[in-house]
Design a protein around this ligand. Sequence first.
Ligand code: BGC
Length: 487
Amino acid sequence: MSKKSNKMAEPKATKMDFNSAFQRTPSVIFHVKQSMEDFYLSDDTLEQITKQMEEEMVKGLGKDTNESAKVKMLPSFVQALADGSENGTFLALDLGGTNFRVLLVKLEHGEKPEMDSQIYKMPEEVITGSGEKLFDHIAQCMAEFLTRLNMKHVKLPVGFTFSFPCQQDRIDTARLISWTKGFSAEGVEGMDVVSLLREAIDRRGDIKVAIIAVVNDTVGTLMSCAYDIRDCMAGLIVGTGSNCCYMEKMKNVELLPGDEGDMCINMEWGAFGDDGALDIIRNGYDREVDCASLNKGKQLYEKMISGMYMGELVRLVLCKLTEDKVLFDGVASESLKTHGKFETAFVSQIERNVPNGYTALQNILHNLGLGALHSDCEIVEYVCEAVSTRAAYLCAAGIAAIARKIRANYPEKEELEFTVGVDGTVYRKHPTFAKNMAHKVGQLTEGRGINVKFALSYDGSGKGAALITAVAARLHMEKGKGEIVGR
Ligand code: BGC
Protein backbone atom coordinates (compact mmCIF):
# COMPACT_ATOMS: atom_id res chain seq x y z
CA MET A 1 0.00 0.00 0.00
CA SER A 2 1.49 3.36 -0.89
CA LYS A 3 0.98 5.78 1.93
CA LYS A 4 1.91 8.96 0.20
CA SER A 5 1.16 10.27 -3.24
CA ASN A 6 1.19 13.70 -4.80
CA LYS A 7 -2.50 14.05 -4.04
CA MET A 8 -2.33 14.58 -0.32
CA ALA A 9 -5.63 14.53 1.50
CA GLU A 10 -4.77 17.71 3.39
CA PRO A 11 -7.22 18.95 5.94
CA LYS A 12 -9.16 21.80 4.48
CA ALA A 13 -8.76 25.36 5.66
CA THR A 14 -5.46 24.75 7.36
CA LYS A 15 -3.44 27.83 8.08
CA MET A 16 -0.19 26.20 7.20
CA ASP A 17 0.81 29.21 5.17
CA PHE A 18 0.80 31.06 8.46
CA ASN A 19 -0.12 34.14 6.54
CA SER A 20 -0.81 36.16 9.63
CA ALA A 21 1.22 38.90 11.19
CA PHE A 22 2.66 36.28 13.50
CA GLN A 23 4.62 34.31 10.98
CA ARG A 24 6.91 31.56 12.03
CA THR A 25 10.19 31.00 10.30
CA PRO A 26 10.07 28.72 7.24
CA SER A 27 12.04 26.10 9.11
CA VAL A 28 9.37 25.89 11.85
CA ILE A 29 6.61 25.61 9.26
CA PHE A 30 8.58 22.92 7.49
CA HIS A 31 9.15 21.06 10.75
CA VAL A 32 5.47 21.11 11.75
CA LYS A 33 4.36 20.02 8.28
CA GLN A 34 6.89 17.22 8.28
CA SER A 35 5.81 16.08 11.71
CA MET A 36 2.18 15.85 10.63
CA GLU A 37 2.86 14.01 7.36
CA ASP A 38 2.20 10.70 9.07
CA PHE A 39 -1.40 11.74 9.66
CA TYR A 40 -2.16 12.37 5.99
CA LEU A 41 -3.84 9.69 3.98
CA SER A 42 -3.73 9.88 0.22
CA ASP A 43 -6.78 8.98 -1.84
CA ASP A 44 -4.94 5.88 -3.03
CA THR A 45 -4.38 4.80 0.55
CA LEU A 46 -8.01 5.38 1.46
CA GLU A 47 -9.09 3.34 -1.55
CA GLN A 48 -6.79 0.57 -0.38
CA ILE A 49 -8.20 0.68 3.16
CA THR A 50 -11.74 0.54 1.77
CA LYS A 51 -10.87 -2.58 -0.21
CA GLN A 52 -9.21 -4.18 2.80
CA MET A 53 -12.24 -3.49 4.97
CA GLU A 54 -14.48 -5.04 2.29
CA GLU A 55 -12.29 -8.14 2.26
CA GLU A 56 -12.35 -8.30 6.07
CA MET A 57 -16.16 -8.15 6.00
CA VAL A 58 -16.35 -11.12 3.64
CA LYS A 59 -13.82 -12.97 5.79
CA GLY A 60 -15.85 -12.31 8.95
CA LEU A 61 -19.05 -13.54 7.31
CA GLY A 62 -17.46 -16.72 5.92
CA LYS A 63 -17.84 -20.02 7.72
CA ASP A 64 -14.26 -21.15 7.16
CA THR A 65 -12.67 -17.74 7.53
CA ASN A 66 -14.54 -16.22 10.49
CA GLU A 67 -12.24 -17.69 13.08
CA SER A 68 -9.18 -15.89 11.76
CA ALA A 69 -11.06 -12.66 10.92
CA LYS A 70 -10.48 -9.64 13.13
CA VAL A 71 -13.67 -7.86 12.08
CA LYS A 72 -16.04 -10.40 13.59
CA MET A 73 -19.28 -9.50 11.77
CA LEU A 74 -21.50 -10.62 14.63
CA PRO A 75 -25.13 -11.50 13.94
CA SER A 76 -27.35 -9.39 16.21
CA PHE A 77 -30.48 -11.50 15.80
CA VAL A 78 -32.32 -8.35 14.85
CA GLN A 79 -33.91 -9.30 11.54
CA ALA A 80 -36.87 -7.02 11.26
CA LEU A 81 -36.93 -3.27 11.63
CA ALA A 82 -39.76 -1.54 13.49
CA ASP A 83 -42.92 -0.94 11.47
CA GLY A 84 -44.70 1.57 13.66
CA SER A 85 -47.04 -0.95 15.24
CA GLU A 86 -44.90 -1.27 18.39
CA ASN A 87 -46.70 -0.64 21.58
CA GLY A 88 -46.09 -0.87 25.31
CA THR A 89 -43.87 0.28 28.16
CA PHE A 90 -40.27 -0.85 28.29
CA LEU A 91 -37.22 -0.42 30.44
CA ALA A 92 -34.06 0.31 28.50
CA LEU A 93 -30.60 -0.04 30.02
CA ASP A 94 -27.58 1.54 28.43
CA LEU A 95 -24.03 0.57 29.35
CA GLY A 96 -21.15 1.51 27.09
CA GLY A 97 -19.08 4.19 28.74
CA THR A 98 -18.53 5.99 32.00
CA ASN A 99 -22.27 6.58 32.43
CA PHE A 100 -25.01 4.02 32.87
CA ARG A 101 -28.49 5.11 31.82
CA VAL A 102 -31.83 3.67 32.75
CA LEU A 103 -34.82 4.72 30.68
CA LEU A 104 -38.52 4.11 30.79
CA VAL A 105 -39.86 4.20 27.23
CA LYS A 106 -43.53 4.25 26.24
CA LEU A 107 -44.22 3.30 22.64
CA GLU A 108 -47.59 4.03 21.15
CA HIS A 109 -48.24 2.90 17.59
CA GLY A 110 -45.78 5.08 15.71
CA GLU A 111 -46.20 8.16 17.91
CA LYS A 112 -43.12 9.92 19.24
CA PRO A 113 -42.03 7.73 22.19
CA GLU A 114 -42.41 9.13 25.69
CA MET A 115 -39.30 8.72 27.81
CA ASP A 116 -38.08 9.26 31.32
CA SER A 117 -34.49 8.51 32.22
CA GLN A 118 -31.73 8.84 34.72
CA ILE A 119 -27.96 8.84 34.31
CA TYR A 120 -25.75 7.11 36.85
CA LYS A 121 -21.96 7.45 37.00
CA MET A 122 -19.91 4.30 36.64
CA PRO A 123 -17.04 4.84 39.06
CA GLU A 124 -13.56 3.83 37.87
CA GLU A 125 -13.33 1.14 40.59
CA VAL A 126 -16.56 -0.38 39.29
CA ILE A 127 -15.55 -0.59 35.63
CA THR A 128 -12.13 -2.00 36.49
CA GLY A 129 -13.12 -4.09 39.55
CA SER A 130 -14.91 -7.41 39.71
CA GLY A 131 -17.73 -8.42 37.38
CA GLU A 132 -19.99 -9.06 40.33
CA LYS A 133 -19.48 -5.53 41.62
CA LEU A 134 -20.23 -4.11 38.16
CA PHE A 135 -23.53 -5.96 37.75
CA ASP A 136 -24.52 -5.30 41.37
CA HIS A 137 -24.02 -1.59 40.67
CA ILE A 138 -26.22 -1.79 37.56
CA ALA A 139 -28.94 -3.67 39.45
CA GLN A 140 -28.78 -1.09 42.22
CA CYS A 141 -29.24 1.78 39.74
CA MET A 142 -32.22 -0.05 38.22
CA ALA A 143 -33.77 -0.53 41.66
CA GLU A 144 -33.30 3.16 42.52
CA PHE A 145 -34.86 4.25 39.24
CA LEU A 146 -37.85 1.91 39.56
CA THR A 147 -38.36 2.96 43.16
CA ARG A 148 -38.47 6.62 42.11
CA LEU A 149 -41.10 5.78 39.49
CA ASN A 150 -42.94 3.55 41.90
CA MET A 151 -42.64 0.65 39.45
CA LYS A 152 -40.52 -1.79 41.39
CA HIS A 153 -43.11 -4.51 41.31
CA VAL A 154 -44.14 -4.21 37.66
CA LYS A 155 -42.57 -6.88 35.48
CA LEU A 156 -41.31 -4.63 32.71
CA PRO A 157 -39.76 -6.02 29.54
CA VAL A 158 -36.12 -4.87 29.36
CA GLY A 159 -33.90 -4.05 26.39
CA PHE A 160 -30.24 -3.95 27.41
CA THR A 161 -27.90 -1.89 25.23
CA PHE A 162 -24.49 -3.33 26.00
CA SER A 163 -21.95 -1.61 23.77
CA PHE A 164 -19.09 -4.06 23.71
CA PRO A 165 -18.28 -6.92 21.32
CA CYS A 166 -20.52 -9.88 22.10
CA GLN A 167 -21.18 -13.21 20.48
CA GLN A 168 -24.93 -13.79 20.31
CA ASP A 169 -26.82 -16.91 19.38
CA ARG A 170 -30.20 -15.42 20.13
CA ILE A 171 -31.57 -11.97 20.89
CA ASP A 172 -31.46 -12.41 24.66
CA THR A 173 -27.98 -13.78 25.26
CA ALA A 174 -24.63 -12.09 24.66
CA ARG A 175 -21.25 -13.53 25.51
CA LEU A 176 -18.69 -10.76 25.96
CA ILE A 177 -15.73 -11.38 23.65
CA SER A 178 -13.46 -8.74 25.17
CA TRP A 179 -13.78 -5.44 26.96
CA THR A 180 -13.01 -2.20 25.13
CA LYS A 181 -13.02 1.54 25.99
CA GLY A 182 -11.16 1.24 29.30
CA PHE A 183 -13.42 -1.38 30.90
CA SER A 184 -11.71 -4.36 32.49
CA ALA A 185 -14.13 -5.79 35.09
CA GLU A 186 -12.89 -9.26 35.91
CA GLY A 187 -14.72 -12.47 35.20
CA VAL A 188 -17.02 -11.08 32.52
CA GLU A 189 -15.14 -11.88 29.30
CA GLY A 190 -16.45 -15.14 27.88
CA MET A 191 -19.65 -14.91 29.97
CA ASP A 192 -23.24 -14.18 29.03
CA VAL A 193 -23.86 -10.67 30.33
CA VAL A 194 -27.62 -11.20 30.51
CA SER A 195 -27.14 -14.11 32.93
CA LEU A 196 -24.74 -12.00 34.99
CA LEU A 197 -27.31 -9.22 35.20
CA ARG A 198 -30.11 -11.64 36.09
CA GLU A 199 -27.94 -13.08 38.86
CA ALA A 200 -27.28 -9.59 40.25
CA ILE A 201 -31.01 -8.83 40.15
CA ASP A 202 -31.71 -12.11 41.95
CA ARG A 203 -29.09 -11.30 44.60
CA ARG A 204 -31.12 -8.20 45.46
CA GLY A 205 -34.49 -9.88 45.10
CA ASP A 206 -36.41 -6.58 45.09
CA ILE A 207 -37.05 -5.91 41.38
CA LYS A 208 -39.08 -7.78 38.82
CA VAL A 209 -38.01 -7.40 35.21
CA ALA A 210 -37.87 -9.58 32.11
CA ILE A 211 -34.74 -9.14 29.98
CA ILE A 212 -35.97 -9.69 26.43
CA ALA A 213 -33.21 -8.31 24.22
CA VAL A 214 -29.56 -7.36 24.40
CA VAL A 215 -28.29 -5.06 21.68
CA ASN A 216 -25.19 -3.24 20.61
CA ASP A 217 -25.49 0.59 20.49
CA THR A 218 -24.97 0.61 16.71
CA VAL A 219 -27.97 -1.70 16.33
CA GLY A 220 -30.13 0.54 18.54
CA THR A 221 -28.98 3.51 16.49
CA LEU A 222 -30.00 1.82 13.24
CA MET A 223 -33.36 0.79 14.68
CA SER A 224 -34.11 4.23 16.07
CA CYS A 225 -33.26 5.91 12.76
CA ALA A 226 -35.15 3.33 10.68
CA TYR A 227 -38.30 4.17 12.64
CA ASP A 228 -38.35 7.61 11.00
CA ILE A 229 -36.33 7.02 7.84
CA ARG A 230 -37.40 3.94 5.94
CA ASP A 231 -34.26 3.51 3.83
CA CYS A 232 -31.95 3.42 6.84
CA MET A 233 -29.69 0.37 6.46
CA ALA A 234 -26.72 1.04 8.73
CA GLY A 235 -25.97 2.39 12.19
CA LEU A 236 -22.70 4.16 12.99
CA ILE A 237 -21.24 5.28 16.32
CA VAL A 238 -18.34 7.73 16.55
CA GLY A 239 -18.17 8.47 20.23
CA THR A 240 -15.94 7.13 22.99
CA GLY A 241 -15.62 4.05 20.77
CA SER A 242 -16.43 3.47 17.13
CA ASN A 243 -18.37 0.75 15.38
CA CYS A 244 -20.93 0.13 12.66
CA CYS A 245 -23.75 -2.29 11.89
CA TYR A 246 -25.74 -2.84 8.69
CA MET A 247 -28.45 -5.03 7.19
CA GLU A 248 -26.90 -8.01 5.39
CA LYS A 249 -28.59 -10.72 3.34
CA MET A 250 -28.94 -13.95 5.33
CA LYS A 251 -27.55 -15.93 2.41
CA ASN A 252 -24.20 -14.17 2.98
CA VAL A 253 -24.15 -14.89 6.71
CA GLU A 254 -22.56 -18.31 6.41
CA LEU A 255 -22.34 -18.96 10.13
CA LEU A 256 -26.11 -19.11 10.45
CA PRO A 257 -28.51 -21.55 8.83
CA GLY A 258 -31.17 -20.24 6.46
CA ASP A 259 -30.98 -18.04 3.38
CA GLU A 260 -34.16 -16.04 3.68
CA GLY A 261 -34.41 -12.40 4.67
CA ASP A 262 -31.91 -10.09 6.31
CA MET A 263 -29.83 -9.94 9.46
CA CYS A 264 -28.42 -6.92 11.18
CA ILE A 265 -24.67 -7.49 11.52
CA ASN A 266 -22.73 -5.82 14.30
CA MET A 267 -19.39 -5.49 12.54
CA GLU A 268 -17.20 -4.61 15.52
CA TRP A 269 -15.06 -2.70 13.06
CA GLY A 270 -12.91 -1.25 15.84
CA ALA A 271 -10.78 -4.39 15.66
CA PHE A 272 -9.90 -3.78 12.00
CA GLY A 273 -6.11 -3.75 11.75
CA ASP A 274 -5.50 -5.95 14.81
CA ASP A 275 -3.78 -8.41 12.46
CA GLY A 276 -1.38 -5.77 11.18
CA ALA A 277 -3.54 -4.64 8.24
CA LEU A 278 -3.18 -0.98 9.24
CA ASP A 279 0.49 -1.07 10.23
CA ILE A 280 1.55 0.86 7.17
CA ILE A 281 -0.52 3.88 8.21
CA ARG A 282 -0.12 3.67 11.98
CA ASN A 283 2.47 6.11 13.25
CA GLY A 284 4.50 6.45 16.44
CA TYR A 285 1.72 8.34 18.21
CA ASP A 286 -0.77 5.57 17.40
CA ARG A 287 1.64 3.05 18.85
CA GLU A 288 2.08 5.16 22.00
CA VAL A 289 -1.68 5.48 22.47
CA ASP A 290 -2.03 1.74 22.06
CA CYS A 291 0.78 0.93 24.50
CA ALA A 292 -0.80 3.09 27.20
CA SER A 293 -4.23 1.47 26.79
CA LEU A 294 -5.75 -1.38 28.81
CA ASN A 295 -6.26 -3.44 25.65
CA LYS A 296 -2.88 -3.22 23.93
CA GLY A 297 -2.78 -4.54 20.38
CA LYS A 298 -6.57 -4.49 20.15
CA GLN A 299 -9.12 -2.14 18.57
CA LEU A 300 -6.45 -0.46 16.46
CA TYR A 301 -8.84 1.12 13.94
CA GLU A 302 -10.99 2.43 16.80
CA LYS A 303 -7.89 3.94 18.41
CA MET A 304 -7.25 6.02 15.27
CA ILE A 305 -10.84 7.28 15.11
CA SER A 306 -12.78 7.52 18.33
CA GLY A 307 -13.19 10.02 21.12
CA MET A 308 -11.43 7.96 23.75
CA TYR A 309 -8.15 8.46 21.89
CA MET A 310 -8.39 11.58 19.68
CA GLY A 311 -7.44 14.11 22.36
CA GLU A 312 -4.61 11.90 23.54
CA LEU A 313 -3.18 11.68 20.02
CA VAL A 314 -3.21 15.49 19.83
CA ARG A 315 -1.55 15.74 23.25
CA LEU A 316 1.26 13.41 22.23
CA VAL A 317 1.93 15.43 19.07
CA LEU A 318 1.92 18.70 21.03
CA CYS A 319 4.40 17.22 23.54
CA LYS A 320 6.70 16.19 20.71
CA LEU A 321 6.53 19.61 19.02
CA THR A 322 7.28 21.26 22.37
CA GLU A 323 10.24 18.95 22.84
CA ASP A 324 11.37 19.94 19.34
CA LYS A 325 11.18 23.57 20.54
CA VAL A 326 8.70 24.75 17.91
CA LEU A 327 5.84 25.16 20.41
CA PHE A 328 5.31 26.91 23.76
CA ASP A 329 8.92 28.08 23.79
CA GLY A 330 9.95 24.50 24.37
CA VAL A 331 8.31 24.30 27.81
CA ALA A 332 5.55 21.75 28.43
CA SER A 333 3.28 22.16 31.46
CA GLU A 334 2.62 19.29 33.86
CA SER A 335 -0.90 18.95 32.45
CA LEU A 336 0.36 18.69 28.91
CA LYS A 337 2.70 15.95 30.04
CA THR A 338 -0.13 14.01 31.71
CA HIS A 339 -1.97 11.18 29.98
CA GLY A 340 -5.59 12.03 29.18
CA LYS A 341 -5.40 15.71 30.10
CA PHE A 342 -6.02 16.94 26.56
CA GLU A 343 -9.66 15.96 26.14
CA THR A 344 -11.24 15.10 22.81
CA ALA A 345 -13.87 17.73 23.63
CA PHE A 346 -11.07 20.32 23.36
CA VAL A 347 -10.39 19.26 19.78
CA SER A 348 -14.02 19.97 18.88
CA GLN A 349 -14.07 23.24 20.82
CA ILE A 350 -10.84 24.45 19.27
CA GLU A 351 -11.86 23.69 15.70
CA ARG A 352 -15.36 25.09 16.23
CA ASN A 353 -14.14 28.39 17.61
CA VAL A 354 -11.31 29.07 15.22
CA PRO A 355 -13.39 31.26 12.86
CA ASN A 356 -13.94 33.57 15.86
CA GLY A 357 -10.27 33.91 16.66
CA TYR A 358 -8.05 32.20 19.16
CA THR A 359 -9.54 33.31 22.48
CA ALA A 360 -11.27 29.96 23.19
CA LEU A 361 -8.14 28.05 22.24
CA GLN A 362 -5.97 30.31 24.41
CA ASN A 363 -8.34 29.68 27.34
CA ILE A 364 -8.10 25.93 26.91
CA LEU A 365 -4.33 26.10 26.76
CA HIS A 366 -4.24 28.48 29.72
CA ASN A 367 -6.24 25.96 31.78
CA LEU A 368 -3.62 23.38 30.86
CA GLY A 369 -0.95 25.70 32.24
CA LEU A 370 0.28 26.81 28.82
CA GLY A 371 0.78 30.40 27.82
CA ALA A 372 0.17 30.40 24.09
CA LEU A 373 1.03 33.04 21.53
CA HIS A 374 -0.98 33.45 18.36
CA SER A 375 1.68 31.50 16.51
CA ASP A 376 1.41 28.60 19.00
CA CYS A 377 -2.35 28.59 18.46
CA GLU A 378 -1.92 28.25 14.72
CA ILE A 379 0.14 25.14 15.24
CA VAL A 380 -2.25 23.61 17.82
CA GLU A 381 -5.16 24.23 15.49
CA TYR A 382 -3.29 22.59 12.64
CA VAL A 383 -2.50 19.52 14.74
CA CYS A 384 -6.14 19.13 15.86
CA GLU A 385 -7.29 19.41 12.27
CA ALA A 386 -4.83 16.84 10.99
CA VAL A 387 -5.79 14.29 13.66
CA SER A 388 -9.57 14.78 13.36
CA THR A 389 -9.50 14.81 9.56
CA ARG A 390 -7.59 11.55 9.47
CA ALA A 391 -10.22 10.04 11.80
CA ALA A 392 -13.07 11.24 9.56
CA TYR A 393 -11.39 9.88 6.43
CA LEU A 394 -10.67 6.50 8.03
CA CYS A 395 -14.28 6.28 9.10
CA ALA A 396 -15.30 7.16 5.55
CA ALA A 397 -13.26 4.25 4.19
CA GLY A 398 -15.21 1.91 6.51
CA ILE A 399 -18.56 3.34 5.42
CA ALA A 400 -17.58 3.16 1.75
CA ALA A 401 -16.74 -0.53 2.23
CA ILE A 402 -20.19 -1.14 3.74
CA ALA A 403 -21.84 0.83 0.94
CA ARG A 404 -20.10 -1.27 -1.69
CA LYS A 405 -21.02 -4.47 0.16
CA ILE A 406 -24.69 -3.48 0.43
CA ARG A 407 -24.63 -2.37 -3.23
CA ALA A 408 -23.57 -5.86 -4.30
CA ASN A 409 -26.69 -7.26 -2.61
CA TYR A 410 -28.97 -5.31 -4.96
CA PRO A 411 -27.55 -5.88 -8.48
CA GLU A 412 -31.00 -5.30 -10.00
CA LYS A 413 -31.09 -1.68 -8.86
CA GLU A 414 -29.58 0.98 -11.07
CA GLU A 415 -28.89 3.23 -8.13
CA LEU A 416 -28.94 2.27 -4.46
CA GLU A 417 -29.72 5.04 -2.04
CA PHE A 418 -29.66 4.44 1.69
CA THR A 419 -29.24 6.24 4.98
CA VAL A 420 -26.70 5.64 7.73
CA GLY A 421 -28.06 6.55 11.17
CA VAL A 422 -25.27 8.10 13.23
CA ASP A 423 -24.69 8.89 16.87
CA GLY A 424 -21.75 9.63 19.17
CA THR A 425 -20.15 12.71 20.65
CA VAL A 426 -17.39 13.06 18.07
CA TYR A 427 -19.89 12.98 15.21
CA ARG A 428 -22.29 15.31 16.97
CA LYS A 429 -19.90 17.83 18.44
CA HIS A 430 -16.95 18.08 16.09
CA PRO A 431 -17.55 20.91 13.61
CA THR A 432 -16.17 19.27 10.46
CA PHE A 433 -16.04 15.52 11.15
CA ALA A 434 -19.45 14.80 9.61
CA LYS A 435 -18.78 16.95 6.55
CA ASN A 436 -15.31 15.52 5.94
CA MET A 437 -16.56 11.98 6.34
CA ALA A 438 -19.55 12.41 4.02
CA HIS A 439 -17.38 14.11 1.40
CA LYS A 440 -14.86 11.27 1.40
CA VAL A 441 -17.59 8.60 1.30
CA GLY A 442 -18.93 10.36 -1.80
CA GLN A 443 -15.49 10.17 -3.43
CA LEU A 444 -14.91 6.54 -2.48
CA THR A 445 -18.26 5.40 -3.87
CA GLU A 446 -18.30 7.59 -6.97
CA GLY A 447 -19.48 5.93 -10.19
CA ARG A 448 -20.76 2.83 -8.39
CA GLY A 449 -24.48 3.60 -8.38
CA ILE A 450 -24.53 4.29 -4.66
CA ASN A 451 -25.86 7.31 -2.83
CA VAL A 452 -25.12 7.26 0.89
CA LYS A 453 -26.93 9.74 3.11
CA PHE A 454 -26.37 10.37 6.79
CA ALA A 455 -28.89 11.22 9.49
CA LEU A 456 -28.42 11.90 13.17
CA SER A 457 -30.09 9.14 15.10
CA TYR A 458 -31.78 10.11 18.32
CA ASP A 459 -31.61 7.93 21.37
CA GLY A 460 -30.70 4.60 19.88
CA SER A 461 -30.05 3.23 23.33
CA GLY A 462 -33.48 4.28 24.60
CA LYS A 463 -35.92 4.42 21.74
CA GLY A 464 -33.88 1.96 19.61
CA ALA A 465 -33.50 -0.61 22.38
CA ALA A 466 -37.20 -0.33 23.29
CA LEU A 467 -38.19 -0.84 19.64
CA ILE A 468 -35.98 -3.90 19.36
CA THR A 469 -37.46 -5.28 22.56
CA ALA A 470 -40.96 -4.61 21.27
CA VAL A 471 -40.25 -6.33 17.94
CA ALA A 472 -38.66 -9.30 19.76
CA ALA A 473 -41.71 -9.57 22.01
CA ARG A 474 -44.05 -9.35 18.99
CA LEU A 475 -42.18 -12.04 17.02
CA HIS A 476 -42.18 -14.21 20.11
CA MET A 477 -45.96 -13.85 20.34
CA GLU A 478 -46.44 -14.42 16.60
CA LYS A 479 -44.51 -17.67 16.83
CA GLY A 480 -47.23 -18.75 19.21
CA LYS A 481 -44.93 -18.86 22.20
CA GLY A 482 -47.28 -16.79 24.33
CA GLU A 483 -46.62 -13.60 26.19
CA ILE A 484 -43.01 -13.01 27.18
CA VAL A 485 -42.38 -13.42 30.85
CA GLY A 486 -38.68 -12.93 30.76
CA ARG A 487 -36.79 -16.05 31.48
C1 BGC B 1 -17.34 -1.52 21.08
C2 BGC B 1 -18.59 -1.61 20.25
C3 BGC B 1 -19.39 -0.33 20.34
C4 BGC B 1 -18.52 0.88 20.06
C5 BGC B 1 -19.27 2.20 20.18
C6 BGC B 1 -16.57 -0.24 20.78
O1 BGC B 1 -15.49 -0.11 21.65
O2 BGC B 1 -16.51 -2.63 20.86
O3 BGC B 1 -19.38 -2.71 20.62
O4 BGC B 1 -20.45 -0.39 19.43
O5 BGC B 1 -17.41 0.89 20.94
O6 BGC B 1 -19.77 2.37 21.44
